[in-house]
Design a protein around this ligand. Structure first.
Ligand code: DGL
Length: 291
């Protein structure tokens, strides 16, 4: 189901002009985090063809500057555009927080981010909202601002969790150290007596069993992936872009080691995908500098 032996390059441009509904949705993240959004796409929009890009050569995004994130996001969007996608979901909160506003009008494709759908879902459920996110997303205040714009009576606390993404990428989910780190990140939020917690990074739903075991039962967990995909479905309807044909196999591409990504995504997808490697100019330059 996940292998991609089809030559997309030739097919997609013709889909895009003659049958735009059949063009794929592009989604991207720094690594395996976006697979939590991909799983939602499979559940909610099973007829859509999807291209997944993981910028694994430049992971983690959450400790990078806004200028770096903007540059990476532009490179990815240009590549996505060349693949003939009909819509892009930023399956990455850091990109959504730091780059979405700037790039949205630069491309001729609808681009969706996670922050607003996640914020809307949180205010429907809670009054005391905690957000766990990458340091860059927490520092940007994106969730706090989005929530305050919708509901001024909701309080928001954000915690940057720098250790989570490397631990998840190394598949150390049930490691006692991960549980200890998670407990220390949740502590300040539990002290504030939050009633709702947003996964402010798409990697974090992979930690669900650990986080759930540390949180009192009454605290509701919000996964913005569920809500951005619901927003995507609405947008496709509105634009008349929903695919009604059988989907193509998902195409996976990464900027780093394809084999490593294929191996680490096995446990989240239930099978080993075929993964291509894509190189952007500046990745080559930075490798050249190191050598
Ligand atoms: N999963 C991404 C996010 O939602 C990026 C995490 C990272 O690379 O630091 O922010």
């Amino acid at each position: 189901m996940f292998s991609s032996s089809i030559n997309f390059e030739g097919n997609l441009s013709s889909f895009n002009t003659q049958e735009p509904q059949r063009a794929p949705i592009g989604i991207f993240d720094s690594g395996v985090g976006g697979l939590t959004v991909l799983r939602q796409l499979y559940q909610q929009l099973p007829h859509e063809s999807i291209i997944y890009f993981g910028d694994t050569a430049r992971l983690p995004y959450g400790i990078r500057s806004q200028a770096e994130i903007l540059q990476y996001v532009r490179e990815i969007l240009e590549w996505m555009q060349k693949q003939g996608v009909k819509m892009v979901i930023m399956a990455c909160n850091t990109s959504s927080a730091l780059a979405l506003e700037a790039v949205r009008t630069e491309y001729n494709i609808p681009i969706l981010g996670l922050i607003l759908p996640g914020a809307k879902a949180a205010v429907r459920l809670g009054k005391r909202v905690g957000v766990i996110a990458t340091p860059a997303t927490a520092k940007s205040n994106a969730y706090k601002q989005a929530i305050m714009e919708i509901a001024t009576d909701v309080e928001v606390w954000q915690v940057g969790c720098p250790e989570f993404v490397p631990l998840i990428e190394q598949n150390r989910i049930h490691d006692p150290y991960t549980i200890q780190v998670a407990s220390s990140y949740l502590e300040p939020l539990l002290e504030k007596e939050i009633d709702t917690l947003i996964y402010g990074c798409t990697h974090y739903p992979h930690l669900a069993p650990v986080l759930r075991s540390l949180l009192p039962e009454h605290i509701q967990l919000i996964d913005p992936a569920v809500h951005v995909v619901a927003a995507c479905a609405q947008e496709l309807d509105l634009l008349g872009l929903k695919n009604t044909h059988p989907p193509l196999p998902t195409r996976f591409a990464v900027s780093g080691c394809s084999q490593q990504f294929a191996q680490s995504s096995l446990q989240w997808l239930g099978c080993t995908p075929t993964v291509e490697t894509v190189s952007f100019t500046n990745i080559e330059i930075s490798h050249a500098k190191k050598d």
